[in-house]
Design a protein around this ligand. Structure first.
Ligand code: PFF
Length: 510
């Protein structure tokens, strides 16, 4: 694989990795997860998870991509042919996520437009489910296509595939150089505004108030690990793919720390902004912050519009900034996730990048139309839960166990990473990956499995058959596809790791 594409600069790579990590998960997931799991006390398990799993795994994935110079499937295959399926499994998970993540970005785009003049009116919940999504009566019904979702969805795909068409340096790197600084500026403006609203202090107090008894509960630790995994885009095939475009000289360890801490800083910033705004809303309506606290779709598309309705001024502008931030945060993550299967297809089937974008990206775009129908939200909800619970976390578990216990690569990986880095990791790194992470993820998997066998996901909202085909089947299909793709043959020389890096000329590595 001569002439592999490369990042133009080190900052370009870091921005792209941060662009992938900083996504919807930072803005609408983190603040609520933290609040719901001990508030201020959550920072202990969170920091622990970041240092024992998040950053060590980032280092591991960066090392794999850098050492084997391939997409996730090729990197796993080069490490050990028998482990290639893990790479494809991760790619399949990424594929599933891309199909619905694109739709949420499309909603955010529509809401950026609605924000001008607060077109959502006063009943924001009824607006979201009724006027906007035109939600079907029951899960499983598809209904017709919803044009106000479909049109922005087309735009999301045009931008994403357009960027990927242009390649790593001219496409992904340039896009992130524009999206990330824009996102940071936009988001900072809203956070500062939120912090100066009446009632902000009350919101922050509720957010940070430590509930120490919570940190003894295993559920809180599971939540912390879950948040770190999702938030850092680990076990998604993404970070392996992105680091495969690194030049030979690359400070892997440092890059992982920078990316990990940047991502957490954005999360923390979002926590401040969201809870300050919630404090404002609670004060305005004379209720406790607990009553308005929310996460996910409810926070972004129901509660936030309400907050914006009562803003003391420039409501439209702040609305555009908030939903625009979601769009930029989402797009840079979507680009990274689609790149995983574009790169996988490109290498295994020996097609050009453009063809791979059309085939891989095109297929994901087609499937995403399902989520732009009246029944889309139900499918999205269940698929999202199952692919996260029995996809990402499980693939993460299988990959660390394989690498540390079966193919025993931790030591060589550590040597590889240390050789490229100023900052050297020690024994702790191997202990975290070989012992701590497998125990926590293993426990997480068993608990989740028992829980989901006992009670159906969704508080009785969904029938068992719906859960079976749009949840379990999707998670299992990703695994099966992993094996199918791995069974296809490689070309004779493909699995040889390229001895020398092609063109390092003109690349500023440090
Ligand atoms: N780290 C991302 C987030 O926090 O939203 C996770 C992610 C989701 C990455 C979806 C990429 C993606 F397409």
């Amino acid at each position: 694989m001569e002439g592999r594409e490369q990042w133009g600069t080190r900052a370009g790579f870091i921005l792209a990795a941060v662009g992938s990590a900083v996504g919807l998960g930072n803005i609408w997931r983190f603040p609520y997860v933290a609040y719901d799991n001990g508030g201020g006390a959550f920072f202990i398990p969170y920091l622990f998870a970041l240092l024992t799993a998040g950053i060590p795994l980032l280092i591991m994935e960066f090392t794999m991509g850098h050492k084997y110079r391939g997409s996730a499937p090729l990197s796993y295959a080069r490490m050990n042919k028998k482990s290639e399926w893990i790479g494809w499994w991760q790619v399949a998970i990424a594929f599933v996520i891309s199909t619905y993540y694109a739709v949420i970005i499309a909603w955010a785009m529509a809401y950026t437009y609605f924000a001008v003049g607060q077109k959502w009116g006063t009943e924001t919940k009824a607006f979201l489910f009724g006027d906007y999504l035109n939600l079907a009566d029951a899960p499983g019904q598809i209904g017709s296509l919803v044009p106000s979702v479909f049109i922005p969805l087309v735009l999301v795909w045009v931008v994403t595939l357009g960027v990927l068409f242009k390649g790593v340096k001219k496409g992904i790197e340039v896009a992130n150089r524009i999206f990330i600084p824009t996102l940071v500026v936009m988001f900072l403006i809203i956070v500062v505004r939120a912090l100066t609203l009446e009632g902000a202090a009350l919101g922050l107090e509720t957010f940070f108030k430590p509930n120490w008894s919570e940190i003894m509960s295993p559920g809180v630790w599971v939540a912390a690990y879950g948040q770190i995994f999702f938030s850092l885009s680990i076990a998604f095939a993404i970070m392996i793919t992105y680091s495969s475009y690194l030049p030979k000289k690359a400070d892997i360890n440092n890059n992982a720390f920078i990316a990990g801490f940047s991502n957490s800083s954005v999360e923390l910033l979002a926590g401040f902004g969201i809870f300050a705004a919630l404090g404002f809303m609670a004060t305005q309506s004379g209720v406790g912050v607990e009553e308005v606290a929310a996460g996910g779709i409810g926070l972004a598309f129901v509660v936030f519009p309400q907050i914006l309705n009562t803003f003391p001024g420039f409501n439209g502008l702040f609305g555009v900034l908030f939903f625009g931030s979601l769009v930029f945060a989402g797009l840079s993550s979507l680009i990274s996730i689609v790149e995983t299967f574009v790169a996988g297809v490109q290498e295994k089937f020996k097609v050009s990048r453009r063809k791979a974008v059309v085939i891989g990206g095109g297929l994901s775009a087609l499937i995403s139309i399902l989520f732009a129908t009246q029944g889309g939200l139900y499918f999205l909800d269940v698929a999202d839960y199952f692919i996260n619970t029995f996809g990402i976390a499980l693939a993460g578990l299988v990959s660390v166990i394989t690498i540390s216990w079966f193919v025993k690569k931790l030591k060589p990986f550590q040597e590889h990473a240390n050789a490229t880095s100023d900052l050297r990791t020690g024994l702790w790194w191997r202990v975290c990956l070989g012992v701590v992470t497998p125990i926590v993820l293993g426990y997480m998997f068993v608990m989740n499995l028992i829980q989901n066998i006992k009670v159906n996901y969704g508080d009785g909202d969904f029938s068992t058959s719906f859960i079976l085909y749009s949840g379990w089947a999707v998670a299992i299909a990703a695994l099966v596809l992993g094996f199918v793709f791995a069974s296809l043959k490689w070309g004779e020389k493909d699995l040889e790791v390229p001895a020398a890096y092609s063109e390092d000329k003109g690349v500023k590595a440090k």
